[in-house]
Design a protein around this ligand. Structure first.
Ligand code: DC
Length: 230
């Protein structure tokens, strides 16, 4: 049987984690899991139940309702990746809005939310052959992953990427608002008490501010191959 490994990809928001994760999963025939989508889906649920808005957050109500949140991924053949389902409804588009982006870091700070999602993520990866991206994958979810990558890029580059993504989707967006959101999420994600965004000691750092996608993929694939041969 061919050897399978676990690939953990962490880093700040909009550093291209999901792009490289999808490419690797496709090349290797591995499962790809976007853990940010799971935090976003819990946030969407909290918004739908009116537990959270820009002006209030009833943390206890969300915690007491966590058992009613069922998250799953279903592979979409035509898109080539798995889409996020919240209680059996496809929420892939709804979780990418600026409203969800504005509130998600607050939801991701809650330890009870993290405990639920981390245990679901560990279950998905128990047979290896997985590429998972997020903020705490190499530090908390899979501390024994064979390959850990930590992605970085300047805030300006990252905001520009997110801005283009949203424009391409047809959303009306403001660059300053996106830059502010990227910086604010970085701040909350890095300073929260439970599982802050940290570079694992054994992670390999990639600053892709000025690196092309092909170069990045080739460099990372050669790291993967050394792990597969080990
Ligand atoms: O990767 P993303 O931008 O879609 O993630 C959305 C938010 O979810 C991010 O601001 C922080 C949180 N998150 C987290 O706390 N831990 C993860 N493993 C993944 C995401």
């Amino acid at each position: 049987m061919t050897k399978k490994i676990t690939i953990a990809i962490d880093g700040f928001s909009s550093t291209g984690k999901s792009t490289i994760a999808k490419q690797l999963a496709q090349k290797l025939g591995y499962i790809y899991v976007d853990t940010g989508a799971m935090y976003r889906a819990v946030t969407l649920y909290a918004m739908q139940q009116n537990y959270i808005s820009d002006t209030h957050f009833n943390v206890e109500d969300l915690i007491n309702d966590l058992n009613n949140i069922s998250l799953s991924f279903t592979f979409n053949e035509s898109l080539g990746f798995a889409e996020m389902y919240l209680n059996d409804v496809n929420v892939e588009k709804q979780i990418r809005t600026i409203e969800v982006s504005r509130l998600v870091s607050k939801v991701a700070e809650i330890s009870e939310v993290r405990r639920k999602l981390v245990s679901e993520q560990q279950e998905m990866g128990k047979n290896k052959g997985i590429v998972m991206d997020g903020r705490d994958i190499g530090t908390v979810v899979f501390p024994d992953a064979e390959l850990k990558l930590f992605m970085t890029a300047s805030a300006d580059k990252r905001a520009t990427r997110r801005y283009k993504e949203l424009l391409d989707r047809g959303d009306k967006v403001n660059f300053e608002e996106i830059l502010h959101n990227v910086q604010e999420r970085d701040r909350i994600d890095s300073t929260r008490e439970d599982s802050p965004l940290l570079e694992a000691e054994d992670a390999i750092e990639f600053d892709n501010s000025d690196m092309g996608l092909k170069e990045q993929f080739d460099r990372i694939m050669s790291l993967v191959n050394t792990r597969l041969e080990a």
